[in-house]
Design a binder for this molecule. Structure first.
Ligand code: ADP
Length: 225
């Protein structure tokens, strides 16, 4: 993002003069109070909204000039994990993950190979036939991460992924995202959880009042990392 600002039609300046470079392979936490501009930042990356000014490039797509019909192509390079999981309750774990491959017309053969693979990556190979209401919060979020990952995106955006999960399981979710990151996927994780950020450390981007007030590497306190 080069000098990116967003002013909503209401007149609110949600982001002001943002300069941000997330490199391929980075893992970055985005922190900031409610109303700071974090969701606006994510919506920009997905081209759900346009910047009022400035230049944004995501995974090689220049968003300012991107045509409407190219937006699905851009979004296929990004996997998203939400706080509230957003699984389809009438589908099993396997079907929830396979569904996002079917949507983009992936060959059946590839689906049969790739879905079991991502299920094992997130440690849910034994839950293939379970429905979301038979899973814990942590397990549901693992399904959501598998779903975000299955089409092999360059970037995963996790928006408060631990917001509905117990602290100990939250730690495991971040560890899982870290593992995925180590295999080459860039991860951007928005969080309110300062304890979690302190434990893991790494690149921390703090947004306050629509501005990046801190963007640096902080050492984590967890000894196992
Ligand atoms: P965060 O995700 O950090 O809570 P947001 O990006 O949602 O922050 O909001 C940043 C600012 O923009 C806030 O002042 C919020 O009230 C305002 N805002 C968010 N969405 C809209 C919108 N669609 N229209 C007008 N103002 C908005």
């Amino acid at each position: 993002m080069k000098d990116v600002s967003v002013t909503y039609s209401s007149g609110v300046d949600a982001l002001e003069h943002i300069h941000l470079k997330i490199n391929d392979g980075d893992f970055a936490f985005v922190v900031g109070a409610s109303g700071a501009g974090k969701s606006t930042l994510i919506r920009l990356l997905l081209k759900e909204i346009d910047a009022t000014s400035g230049v944004i490039t995501v995974n090689g797509y220049q968003l300012n000039t991107l045509k409407k019909k190219q937006i699905p192509e851009l979004r296929r390079t990004i996997g998203i994990v939400f706080q509230d999981f957003r699984l389809i309750s009438t589908m099993t774990v396997y079907e929830n993950i396979a569904f996002v491959m079917r949507v983009i017309d992936s060959p059946v053969k590839l689906i049969r190979k790739r879905v079991p693979y991502v299920m094992s990556l997130v440690g849910l190979q034994d839950k293939a036939n379970a429905y979301p209401n038979e899973l814990s919060g942590g397990e549901m979020q693992r399904v959501a991460i598998a779903r975000a990952l299955v089409n092999d995106p360059k970037l995963i955006i996790a928006d408060e992924p631990t917001g509905n999960i117990d602290p100990e399981l939250s730690y495991e979710i971040v560890e899982l995202l870290r593992t995925i990151n180590m295999q080459g996927t860039t991860v951007l994780m928005v969080t309110h959880d300062h304890e979690l950020v302190k434990r893991f450390g790494g690149r921390i981007i703090n947004i306050t009042g629509g501005q990046v007030v801190y963007d640096d590497i902080m050492e984590g306190t967890a000894d196992e990392i």
